[in-house]
Design a protein around this ligand. Sequence first.
Ligand code: AP5
Length: 221
Amino acid sequence: MTLVVLLGAPGAGKGTQAAVLQDRLGIPHIATGDLFRAAIREATPVGLEARSYMDAGQLVPDGVTIRMLEERLGRPDAAAGAILDGFPRTAVQAASLDSFLAGRGSRIDAALLIDVPPDALVERLSGRWICQFAGHVYHVDMNRSRVAGICDLDGSPLVQRADDQPETIRARLVSQLDDLQAVVDHYRATGALRTINGLRPIRDVSAGLLEALGVEPVRTA
Ligand code: AP5
């Protein structure tokens, strides 16, 4: 079982890089933000609870988030492992994940911090567009689709996330960075933390992450 945690501030590039790691490692990319957005679309009780927190740029309470993540990790496609994007996000979530995994005779293999300074995060989030069908990630300047407004991978229209409006971006950065630091400290203490400079082109960040995992960047025949 391979369990990788991707850490980083909002907009650091976790989703972008998780897609690369998913292809390379052959294990699913599990993003709590995506799970919440799906729950909101389906108007489930979890979605109804999460919505007000997400709209305000705040973290959803630990209890509902932990239950949702544990349920997702219990599905068959995660039996060989997963890349966790956006979880854990608080010290409580990190401790609960350790206990959950210990109960299954497992543990985190690596916690990879994509390190990007706050100034660059605002630019990344305000220029982000995602595809309506599968959430593939683009940027108006730094990661353009081949045809403006259309996803390269599935042809669906590109849209902006509700929480990528300037006011919510600021709220997310103000309210979430302290919690991120607590999670970083947790994994530094366990010895699982690896820090990767995220202020480089996407391909170079991918190479840094794979190197930290001891994996070759490109498959050889
Ligand atoms: P979530 O969906 O996890 O959002 P986030 O953490 O704010 O992270 P983002 O998805 O915004 O950014 P990212 O790091 O994935 O960056 P991306 O690859 O898209 O969470 C949303 C909300 O859900 C939270 O605010 C909270 O309310 C709730 N939530 C989720 N998980 C929770 C939890 N565990 N506990 C409680 N609440 C939870 O890249 C950003 C942009 O930059 C893109 O345009 C991309 O093209 C571009 N880019 C990426 N890499 C580079 C690069 N190297 N150079 C230039 N541009 C780049």
